[in-house]
Structure formats: C-alpha cells, structure tokens
Design a protein around this ligand. Structure first.
Ligand code: PEP
Ligand code: MN
Length: 263
C-alpha cells in the first residue's frame, strides 16, 4: 500500500492549512521536551514569526535511562495545545503506547512514533485504526525495507496519512550521535508515495553541521526537515547538546532560506 507500484501519485497530507509532501517544503521545529508554558511559548512565537507552522515537543519521552526526565505527560500536552491554539500552529508529539492514543487525540494534531517504537507492531496497528496523521521515525538500526513495512502496518490498518522521517542510524562513527543516511531520502521517495522528512537534530546530535545536513536533505529530495529548538538549551532537560537556541536558529534559518534549496 505504501509502494509507488500501488499508487504512483505523491500523498499530500493537509492539516490546518499546512501541507506535508506538497509543492513546498515544511519545517517541524521545537524543543526536544515540553518543559513549561514559558519555554514552549517563547519557542513557538519565534518559530511562527519565522514562518514555521509545525511545532514539535515531547511529553512522553523514551529516555535511555530511567533516571532521566521522562516528560511532563498530559500536562505537557495541555501546554502544547494551549500554545498552539493561541498562535495557530500544527502540533506533533510522540506517543509510546496504544493506551495514550485517546488522550493524545484530544491535544495533538500529528502522532509521532519514535525510532525506538518503529517496530512496536501493536502501536502501529493502533494508530492505523485512527484518522490522525502519523509521523513514523526510522528505527535506530532499521533497514529501509523494515521501515517501509512498519509504515505498511499503519496503512494496512486503515490510515493512509503517514509520513516517514529519516533520523540517522547506528554505525561505528562517534563524531555524530547517529549517521544521517542521505541515500534513504531518494530511496524512500522512489519506493513509496509518502512524504519524507529528515530529522537533522537526532541524526547528528550536534549543532555545527545542521545547515549542511538540512541542505543535503533538501537537495536529495526531502519534503521537509525537523530541527530541535529550545529557549535555553544549556538548561534543557533532554538533548541539551543538540538543540539550537533562538539566535542559532535564526542564523540556521536564514542560511537555509538563502541557500535557495528551501521553497
Ligand atoms: C524525538 O524526536 O523526540 C525523539 C526521541 O527522536 P527519536 O525517536 O528519533 O530518537
Ligand atoms: Mn530530542
């Protein structure tokens, strides 16, 4: 169902006036975790001013260590809905279990399935039975075939509003958090009709090469990018190293717009 052999026409996902997979690129930006109303509002206002309409932020966080910040849970989503409604943005947030779906549906526009849950088949089936758009992340060590088959689960269960996002894979390389697999972009575009995005923040885990990676993603045919932006990254409760502060974000954004690759 995800294959171009089945449907040779790009899937375009429309949400509140924003298009994913259409003729213009889309940027998903926001903090790794929702931490407070102030934090999210500050970031969201700056993003909206820059013309960005899709706000990300985690409330249920899949942390490697149980001692790390696990997210604000429902309180985080309440903040996200309030902020997004106030300034008019589309929201994306991760859900980790089927039992979170009903609650998430009350607050969030797009369900994110994280890399660690790409093959959580019960979760894939459950979001497949909803009508909400789903942003599916590539697993930490998933092949493209496994990635595509995970998306297939969602369509097979009745939901064709699916977007794919390359977020880097595990390799032996240590200078980046993951290895951004740029070749995934044209391959996923060739093989599937779904929108394809690239998460440059989790792919690299660092700020200094984000612009180059964003340009590479767009040059390779991505429909958009995801980038983490925080009002005070040094004090962030998760992914402090990789999140851009507002000034860094505006420099990045200007660089991307000036490159002529983003339209
Ligand atoms: C995230 O985007 O918040 C996240 C946890 O990313 P990933 O699932 O790609 O690690
Ligand atoms: Mn993060």
């Amino acid at each position: 169902l995800v294959s171009r052999h089945h449907k040779n026409e790009d899937t375009i996902i429309h949400i509140k006036g924003t298009e994913f997979g259409g003729s213009s690129h889309v940027t998903v930006a926001g903090p790794c975790s929702i931490e407070s109303r102030d934090q999210l509002l500050t970031v969201a206002v700056a993003l909206k001013k820059a013309g960005i309409t899709v706000l990300r932020g985690g409330a249920f966080k899949p942390r490697t260590s149980p001692y790390d910040f696990q997210g604000l849970g429902e309180d985080g989503w309440k903040i996200m809905k309030e902020v997004a409604d106030e300034i008019g943005m589309v929201t994306i947030s991760e859900i980790m279990t089927p039992s979170q779906i009903d609650m998430a549906a009350r607050y969030i526009d797009i369900f994110q399935i994280g890399a660690r849950n790409m093959q959580n088949f019960d979760l894939l089936k459950a979001v497949g039975q909803t009508k909400k758009p789903v942003l599916l992340k590539r697993g930490l060590s998933a092949t493209l075939e496994e990635f595509i088959l995970a998306a297939e689960y969602i369509l097979y269960n009745g939901n064709d509003q699916v977007m794919l996002i390359e977020r880097g894979i595990r390799t032996f390389e240590k200078w980046t958090r993951n290895t951004l697999d740029i070749s995934a972009v044209p391959l996923l575009k060739q093989e599937t009709h779904l929108p394809v995005l690239v998460d440059i923040s989790h792919a690299t885990g660092r700020k200094d090469i984000l612009l180059a990676c964003a340009k590479a993603a767009l040059a390779a045919g991505a429909d958009g990018i995801m980038v983490e932006v925080h009002s005070n990254p040094e004090a962030a409760l998760s992914d402090a190293k990789q999140q851009l502060n507002m000034d860094e974000f505006s420099t990045f954004w200007k660089g991307l717009r000036d490159s002529g690759l983003y339209h």
